[in-house]
Design a protein around this ligand. Structure first.
Ligand code: MCN
Length: 778
C-alpha cells in the first residue's frame, strides 16, 4: 500500500505507513459510551410523529379505510390515506432501482392505492403529537379488504394457476435473464463422463440491523427545501428517491445520515415510510419523525436471498469440471425494489467460482409474490452463486469418490491464468486461489485427516470447504480533501459507514498520502450538502471507490501544498520532502515549514500569481474494473446422529482482499460476516403461511444467532493486490456471508455421508438434520 505514496519518494519506509496497521477504530469510543447520535435521538422544535397503518392482508383490494376514530383522538394531528397523497402535487410513488424489467415496472405507491400486495404494505399514516399517540391511533384505523388468493413461493408464482399480482406481469414474471452459452453447455454436458445435480433452496433472510429504519423530515417553506435526517447507506440515492416521490428537484432536498446502527443492505432501498415523513412534513409545515418498529421492519424492510435452484455439474471421471447448468427462481416479493440477489451481474456472473469452467449456462426467473420486497442482504447475489457452485463441486467429488479438496485443486485457476474471463462474463483480476486455500487447510491439518471420523461421543465429524470469489468495486465515488486554514484536514466521501469503520481507514489513507499526522485528519460522510455526489456503501465497494477517491484528492492537495511550501521556503518544489506534517528542504534540514503554515498561506493574502488560493481537492474516482476478492472457509463440525444437533468445532476463514488498509477492521468484517453466514446456515428462516402472513415477525420467532451460538473463529490472510485501482485493494465486507453457508452445509454433508445423507437445505436446524438422517436410514 505504501506504493501509492512513493511517486515522489516522500515515504520509502513502509514501517511508518499507517496503511496496513491494525489501529483501533476511532469511532468506537462514542458508540460504546452511548454518546453517538442516531436518527431517533434527534429532536426538532414542533416535531410530530408518524406511525404507519400496515396491511395485515397480504393480497387484496382495499374496499374502505376508516380513519374516523383515529382522527378524533386526542393528540392526533392528521390521518392520511392514498387519496390525500393523490390530491397533493407529489407523484407519491417510489422509483424502481433496477430496470429494465420484462414488464412495465409496477409503481410502488407510498400508501396503498386500490390494492395491497404484501403484508405490511402501508395503507394509512397517522401523525400525532407523540409517538405513542400515533401508534395507538394507528391501531384504530379500520381497513376493509376484499381478499384475494395469495402466492408466496417464487416457483409456484410462475404457474398458470397462480394468482397474478400485476396485470402488466403475466405469470408474475418480473424479469428473466440468461447468461453463458446454452449450446456450448449442452455439448459439454453431452461429452462429460457424469452429470451430478442438486436442488437447492437458498433460505429467505430478514436483515436485522440493531437500529430499525428511521427518518426526521423538516420542510423549510421559505426556501422550499426538504431536509431529511435518516438511516441511509447511500444519502445521494435517498435524495434521488425523495425528489422522485415528492416531485422536488434533487438540489432542493438535503439528506443527512447521522450514526446508523447497521445496514446490511436493507437501508439502501427506497421505502414508503421515510418518503411519507417527508411528504407529511411538507403537508403539515412542521417536522415529522418516523421510526419503524421491529415488526414493521421485519414485515416490510427488504428481505434477502430466497432462491430455488436446480444446479448441474458436468464432470469427467478424472475430476475435470466441464460445465455448470443452473436454473434459478428468485423471489421479488410484492413490489420490485431492485432484485439485488437475482441480477445477472451479482448472481450469475459469479457461478464459475474459483474454477476454470469452459461452459456455463444460467437462467434466472424473478417472480413477484405476496411477500415483502426482496432486495439486498449482505452479499446480494454472491452468496447465492457461490453456494450453488460450492455445493455442486462438493457433490461431484462425493459422486466420484474423490477428496473434495483434490477436485477443487484440479480445477482451480492458477495465478498465471489471471486475468481470466469466465464463461459467464466475469473478469477476475488477481490472486493465488490455491495458496489461500492451503492457508485455511493447514490451519485444520487437513492433510492429516483420515476418512470420516466419529468422536468420543459417537458424533459424526465432518469437514466442509468452500472456496469463494466475490465481485467488488461497482461504479464511481467522490472524495474531498480539504486542509483548513489551521492545518487540520477534513475528508468527505460519498460512501457511508454504518459500522464498517471508514472514519478510521479513510483517515489512515489520507494521512499517509498527505504526509500529515493521523490525528489531524477527520472524516465525514453522509450529507448530500457537504459531499458532491455519492453512490453509497454496499457491495463491499467503499474502500475501492471511496478510499481511492480520497487518496487521489489527498495526492492533489499534497502537490498544491508542496508548491505553496516551496514559495514559503524559497525552494524548488522538487527539493522538498513532507513527513509528519512538516516540509523539509533536502540537504538543508533546518529549513522547514509546517502544513499549518502552508495552509494559512494558502488561504491568506500574499500568494504569488501562479498559485490560486485554497488547499482542497475533489475527485470523482471510478476503478479501472471490478476486483475479485477471494478466500477459502473451512468448517469442522460434529453431528449427533440421535438428535441432529450440530456443534461447530473449528471455523477457519482465509481471505484475500488485496492490500489491507487496516487488518483489524478486515478481521472484524470477516467475523461479522461469518456470524451472519452461520445465522443463515443454521438458524434463520423467514416463514410465511400460505396466505402471505409472516410467521417470523419478531426476534422471538426469527432466530438471529446469539453471541454464544457463534464459535471462536480463526482468520488467515493472503495479499494479492488488485491491479485495477491505485491502492491495490479489494472489498471484504461480504466475504463472511459468502463463505460460511457452503462451508457449513458441506461439512454436515461430509459428516453424514456414511449415513447416506447427500444434502440438507439451510437452515440446518436440529430437526431438519435429524429428519435427513432418518429419511436416509429408511
Ligand atoms: N478494508 C480494509 N482493507 C481492504 C478492504 C476493506 O481495511 N482491502 C476496510 C475498509 O476500509 C472498511 C471495511 O474494511 O473500513 C469494509 O470495507 P469494504 O469491503 O470496502 O466494504 P464497505 O465499506 O463498502 O462496506 C459494505 C459491506 C456490506 S456490502 C455490508 S452489507 C456490510 C458490511 O460491509 N454491512 C455492515 N459490513 C458491515 N459492518 C457493520 N458493522 N455493519 C453493517 O451494516
Amino acid at each position: 500500500a505504501a506504493s501509492a505514496r512513493d511517486e515522489d519518494g516522500e515515504s520509502g519506509d513502509a514501517d511508518e505507513s499507517l496503511v496496513g496497521r491494525g489501529i483501533s477504530r476511532r469511532e468506537d469510543a462514542a458508540l460504546l459510551r452511548g454518546e453517538a447520535e442516531f436518527t431517533d435521538d434527534l429532536r426538532a422544535p414542533g416535531m410530530a410523529h408518524l406511525a404507519l397503518v400496515r396491511s395485515e392482508c397480504a393480497h387484496g383490494d382495499v374496499v374502505d379505510v376508516d380513519t374516523a376514530e383515529a382522527a378524533a383522538r386526542e393528540d392526533v394531528v392528521a390521518v392520511f390515506t392514498w387519496a390525500d397523497v393523490a390530491a397533493s402535487d407529489a407523484p407519491g410513488t417510489l422509483p424502481l432501482t433496477t430496470e429494465p424489467l420484462d414488464c412495465d415496472p409496477p409503481e410502488h405507491p407510498l400508501l396503498a392505492r386500490e390494492r395491497v400486495r404484501y403484508q405490511g404494505q402501508p395503507v394509512a399514516a397517522v401523525v400525532a403529537e407523540d409517538r405513542y399517540a400515533a401508534a395507538d391511533a394507528a391501531r384504530t384505523v379500520n381497513v376493509t379488504y376484499d381478499e384475494r388468493e395469495a402466492v408466496v413461493d417464487p416457483v409456484a408464482a410462475t404457474a398458470e394457476s397462480a394468482p397474478d399480482l400485476f396485470e402488466a406481469a403475466p405469470n408474475n414474471v418480473a424479469l428473466t435473464s440468461e447468461l453463458g452459452d446454452a449450446d456450448a453447455t449442452d455439448e459439454a454436458f453431452a461429452d462429460a463422463d457424469r452429470v451430478v445435480s442438486l436442488d437447492l433452496e437458498n433460505n429467505r433472510l430478514m436483515p436485522t440491523a440493531m437500529e430499525p429504519r428511521a427518518a426526521l423530515a423538516r420542510w423549510s417553506a421559505g426556501d422550499e427545501r426538504l431536509t431529511v435526517e435518516m438511516t441511509a447507506q447511500g444519502p445521494h440515492g435517498e435524495r434521488r428517491k425523495f425528489a422522485h416521490s415528492l416531485g422536488l428537484a434533487e438540489g432542493d432536498v438535503r439528506v443527512v445520515a447521522p450514526r446508523v446502527g447497521g445496514g446490511f443492505g436493507h437501508k439502501n432501498t427506497p421505502y414508503p415510510g421515510d418518503s411519507l415523513a417527508g411528504w407529511a412534513a411538507m403537508e403539515l409545515g412542521r417536522p415529522v419523525k418516523w421510526t419503524a418498529t421491529r415488526r414493521g421492519n421485519y414485515l416490510a424492510g427488504n428481505h434477502g436471498r430466497d432462491h430455488r435452484t436446480h444446479g448441474e455439474v458436468a464432470v469427467d471421471d478424472d475430476g475435470t469440471i466441464r460445465g455448470f447448468r443452473v436454473e434459478t427462481h428468485a423471489n421479488a416479493g410484492g413490489h420490485g425494489l431492485g432484485f439485488g440477489p437475482a441480477m445477472p451481474g451479482s448472481y450469475g456472473t459469479l457461478l464459475a467460482g474459483q474454477y476454470d469452467v469452459p461452459a456455463i449456462h444460467c437462467e434466472t426467473t424473478v417472480a413477484f409474490t405476496n411477500t415483502a420486497p426482496v432486495h439486498s442482504y449482505r452479499g446480494a447475489g454472491r452468496p447465492e452463486a457461490i453456494y450453488v457452485t460450492e455445493r455442486l463441486v462438493d457433490a461431484a467429488a462425493r459422486e466420484l469418490g474423490t477428496d473434495p479438496v483434490e477436485l477443487r485443486r484440479r480445477n482451480q485457476l492458477a495465478p498465471e491464468d489471471l486475468p481470466h474471463e469466465t464463461a459467464v462474463g466475469a473478469s477476475y483480476d488477481s490472486g493465488d486461489y490455491e495458496a489461500t486455500m492451503d492457508e485455511a487447510l493447514d490451519a485444520v491439518d487437513y492433510a492429516e485427516r483420515t476418512a470420516t471420523e466419529r468422536d468420543d461421543e459417537g458424533r459424526y465429524v465432518g469437514v466442509g470447504v468452500a472456496c469463494l470469489v466475490e465481485s467488488s468495486g461497482f461504479s464511481f465515488e467522490s472524495g474531498v480533501v480539504r486542509v483548513e486554514p489551521d492545518g487540520n484536514v477534513r475528508v468527505y466521501a460519498g460512501t457511508h459507514s454504518h459500522g464498517q469503520g471508514h472514519e478510521t481507514t479513510y483517515a489512515q489513507i489520507v494521512a499517509d498520502e498527505l504526509g500529515v499526522p493521523y490525528e489531524d485528519v477527520a472524516v465525514g460522510e453522509g450529507d448530500t450538502e457537504r459531499i458532491p455526489q455519492g453512490t453509497g456503501t454496499f457491495a463491499s465497494r467503499s474502500t475501492i471507490t471511496g478510499g481511492n477517491a480520497v487518496a487521489e484528492s489527498a495526492r492533489d492537495v499534497r502537490g498544491k501544498a508542496r508548491r505553496v511550501a516551496a514559495h514559503l521556503l524559497d525552494a524548488d518544489p522538487d527539493a522538498l520532502a513532507l513527513d509528519d506534517g512538516t516540509f523539509r528542504v533536502e540537504g538543508a534540514p533546518e529549513r522547514t515549514c509546517e502544513v499549518a503554515e502552508v495552509a494559512e498561506a494558502a488561504y491568506g493574502p500574499g500568494l504569488p500569481d501562479h498559485l490560486s488560493p485554497g488547499l482542497e481537492a475533489t475527485t470523482f474516482y471510478e476503478p479501472e474494473g471490478t476486483t475479485y476478492p477471494h478466500g477459502t472457509h473451512v468448517a469442522v463440525v460434529a453431528v449427533d446422529p440421535e438428535t441432529g444437533e450440530i456443534e461447530i468445532l473449528r471455523y477457519v476463514a482465509a481471505d484475500d482482499c488485496g492490500e489491507q488498509i487496516n487488518p483489524t477492521i478486515v478481521e472484524g468484517q470477516i467475523h461479522g460476516g461469518v456470524a451472519q453466514g452461520i445465522g443463515q446456515a443454521r438458524y434463520e428462516q423467514t416463514a410465511y403461511d400460505e396466505d402471505g402472513s409472516l410467521l417470523t415477525d419478531s426476534m422471538r420467532s426469527y432466530a438471529v444467532p446469539r453471541a454464544g451460538q457463534i464459535p471462536e473463529m480463526e482468520t488467515r490472510a493472503t495479499v494479492s493486490p488488485s491491479p485495477r485501482n491505485d491502492l491495490g485493494v479489494k472489498g471484504v465486507g461480504e466475504a463472511g456471508t459468502i463463505g460460511a453457508p457452503p462451508a457449513l452445509v458441506n461439512a454436515v454433508a461430509d459428516a453424514l455421508e456414511p449415513l447416506g445423507v447427500r444434502h440438507v437445505d439451510m437452515p440446518l436446524t436440529d430437526e431438519r438434520v435429524w429428519r435427513a438422517i432418518r429419511d436416509a436410514e429408511q
